[in-house]
Design a binder for this molecule. Structure first.
Ligand code: MN
Length: 714
């Protein structure tokens, strides 16, 4: 295991400004926090974060990343809190550790890799700082290097598949080729040991057969190039078994036909040298047609730059050669990490807090170099992920939603039926409101009820088109339903008053006369106020018109008691056929009357409301209504009070406490006048009925801070 001073020296080796003291403290902190915990291998647990920090140091990452590597498991696996880390190492480190912890929790949730692409997106979206992702990748690399110690075979296999399908592609996406290669090969070892075994066996045989060609070719090539005055370093490297296996699969060739088991790299100083070296090589050995690629003038989207060529070698069949500058080489090996390293030298002093944003910018810059449209699309997705949130179903499936999405959107994304019947949501095990904005990685469980229905209010907060259109459609159907029911009730009463029978025949007659297709359409028109009940009675029984008119005029009992033919109403969904007037805020228990307005349905007013004077000349618009309150499922109504309070410390608190103690819920509070000695306010309180509101008013009136209170009239 890497020792404390070795780690610090390694970091100081490439970053002399690194905070040595913080590195030392983090090392000790991790050791203490993990205490006597052990790994599956039997090693002390803290050896793991130390090795992870070592991997990050090999990538030449900044001290913050190394410290994060040391601390990355403390919050998840020990008693350590983020507050402690923030206190000891500052908020930035705490944020990074928090990011890694969140990624680790996702890993624990997912039992399958069916949705690999979604998971990769989730990881990118959650790694707001690219360093979070790099620490996570280093963490995974060390876990893969020690995978053989995990006892359960099915667990080893799951981890290997996850690595192959999620982590290795992520490493590739940010240009970290060598990390990707190693992750893949370690996973390959677990997933298909016999295939890997046969590749390794063939390699061994080749070595014995032809000896190791690598040193001979390296020597020969170095000589030829330096004769031509190009300063180079030639590296020969055997490909990893997994990439050999993939090539055999992809190109459907046998091992013997494979030309590129060994790859050679010619590393030079400048771009000009690259092309000069290429010329020297092509004139020394014949090139294989169709294998030359210039990724220097046209880099790959992940930032990769090199010249690729294959030549017929003097004593061997074919040689695959990559020519690049030293900087290109390091970027190819370490991706964004190397990119960052190059920046540090030039402008170290200028870098401090802006550093983390530079990372993201650079990554995006690299991705912007994408040349072909398909690759470009692939990489611009990275930015798009920032507009998305990814949430889990209780079974671990990922649902992708736009940012700002709520549990209602989630429910509709799962299934239309789930959306239509949702009544609540558990987010990460906690009951939450349906309007809660979902966060990346949230686990969402929708609470459903078979008798529930979409609410028009949802339309105000949903973020997806699917949810919105579904709610609208439902509201339209439901609205028509309510108008039909209301119109029918109005007509039954009107026919009864006129002492005429509301027979099918009579209705059919009226439909014909009033241009309605069928009875329901007629009912709806009456409910909406487009057709009056008198018109219908008149059309059905032309001889009875006078009687009908007289009956309607008599229908509203002026003493305010509900008449015999009163239409029972319940608090209906706002915006539908029936709504409560905002001028008088009627409450169950109030004496009420309905006023029909064409296109707006019925407004319910209290019998004493001043607004009613405007309708004295149009008695046909009046409807007799009564409350029908169901005690089992009490509904909430808004009552409004005007109140004058003494301006003294704590007065407002007392008022709100008193309302709360009487089970009232304040839904709105507005100051109408603020003098030095008094406050005048209007408060909207959600109550069950008029008695409930009266109780609250009485309680407030008894309080010395309240000088005046009454139910609002207008
Ligand atoms: Mn770990």
């Amino acid at each position: 295991m890497l020792r404390q001073f070795e780690l610090v020296e390694r970091v100081r080796g490439y970053d002399t400004a690194a905070d040595e003291d913080a590195l030392n403290r983090a090392y000790v902190f991790a050791m203490m926090a993990h205490g006597t915990q052990t790994r599956a291998s039997g090693d002390p647990y803290y050896s793991h974060p130390v090795e992870v920090a070592g991997i990050l140091a090999d990538m030449k990452l900044d001290a913050s990343s190394i410290i994060t590597g040391l601390l990355h498991d403390t919050v998840e696996d020990t008693d350590t809190t983020l507050e402690e880390i923030s206190g000891q190492f500052g908020p930035q480190i705490a944020q990074l550790v928090d990011g890694v912890t969140k990624l680790s929790r996702i890993e624990l949730q997912s039992e399958n890799t069916r949705q690999a692409e979604n998971f990769r997106k989730l990881f990118l979206a959650m790694s707001e700082d690219i360093r979070v992702l790099l620490v996570k990748l280093a963490d995974r690399l060390h876990n893969m290097r020690t995978l053989q110690f995990v006892k359960k075979p099915e667990k080893r296999l799951r981890i290997a598949h996850e690595t192959m399908e999620i982590y290795a592609p992520l490493a590739e996406r940010i240009g970290m080729q060598s990390l990707k290669d190693e992750l893949e090969d370690l996973a390959f070892r677990e997933i298909n040991p016999s295939a890997r075994g046969s590749v390794v066996e063939r390699l061994r045989y080749l070595h014995e057969e032809g000896g190791n060609i690598i040193p001979r070719v390296v020597e020969r090539m170095s000589e030829t190039l330096s004769e031509a005055d190009v300063t180079v370093e030639v590296l020969g490297r055997e490909k990893r078994p997994y990439s050999i296996w993939r090539k055999m699969q992809r190109k459907n060739v046998t091992f013997e036909q494979l030309s590129d088991i060994v790859a050679f790299r010619v590393v030079v100083e400048t771009v000009t040298d690259c092309y000069r070296a290429l010329g020297v090589i092509h004139s020394a050995w014949p090139m294989v047609p169709g294998r030359f690629k210039d990724y220097i003038s046209t880099p790959k989207p992940n930032g990769y730059r090199s010249l690729h060529t294959t030549v017929y070698a003097p004593e061997h069949q074919r040689l695959e050669i990559q020519i690049r500058t030293r900087q290109m080489h390091e970027i190819a090996e370490f991706g964004v990490a190397a990119h960052w390293g190059y920046g540090v030298g030039e402008e170290r002093a200028a870098l401090s807090d802006g550093r983390q944003y530079r990372w993201v910018r650079e990554l995006l810059e690299i991705l912007d170099h994408a040349s072909d449209p398909e690759e470009f699309l692939e990489h611009t997705k990275l930015e798009m992920f920032q507009d998305q949130v990814f949430c889990f179903t209780p079974k671990g499936d990922l649902i992708s939603l736009p940012r700002g999405a709520t549990p209602v959107d989630f429910a509709y994304a799962v299934h239309t039926n789930v959306g239509d019947t949702c009544v609540g949501a558990k987010i990460n095990g906690q009951i939450n409101q349906l309007r809660t904005i979902l966060q990346n990685g949230d686990q969402v469980e929708i609470v459903r009820s078979s008798v529930a229905a979409p609410s028009p209010i949802w339309e105000q907060f949903v973020a997806t088109g699917k949810a919105r259109s579904r709610i609208r459609r439902f509201v339209r159907v439901k609205e028509r339903d309510e108008y039909v029911r209301l119109g029918e009730a109005i007509l039954e009463r009107a026919f009864a008053q006129a002492r005429c029978e509301m027979s099918k025949k009579a209705l059919k007659h009226a439909c014909g006369a009033l241009g309605q297709r069928m009875a329901d359409d007629l009912f709806e028109a009456v409910g909406r106020g487009d057709v009056t009940s008198m018109q219908v009675v008149g059309a059905a029984y032309p001889e009875a018109v006078g009687a009908g008119e007289a009956a309607v005029a008599r229908a509203i009992p002026r003493d305010g008691s509900a008449g015999d033919h009163a239409i029972p109403i319940r608090g209906l969904i706002p915006g539908m056929a029936v709504h409560f007037a905002v001028c008088c805020h009627p409450l169950p228990g109030d004496r009420i009357v309905g006023i029909v307005t064409s296109g707006k349905g019925v407004a319910i007013h209290t019998i004493g409301c001043d607004t009613l004077q405007q309708f004295e000349e149009t008695p046909e618009r009046w409807i007799d209504v009564s409350w029908s309150v169901d005690d089992e499922t009490p509904e909430v109504h808004v009552g409004r009070v005007d109140i004058v309070v003494v301006n003294e410390p704590g007065a407002l608190g007392t008022i709100t406490t008193l309302i709360g103690r009487n089970n009232g819920n304040i839904s709105n509070l507005k100051f109408t006048n603020r003098a030095t000695d008094f406050f005048e306010m209007t408060i909207d309180v959600e109550v069950r009925d008029v008695r409930h509101l009266t109780n609250i008013i009485a309680a407030l009136r008894a309080n010395p801070s309240v000088t005046d209170i009454e139910r609002a009239k207008l």
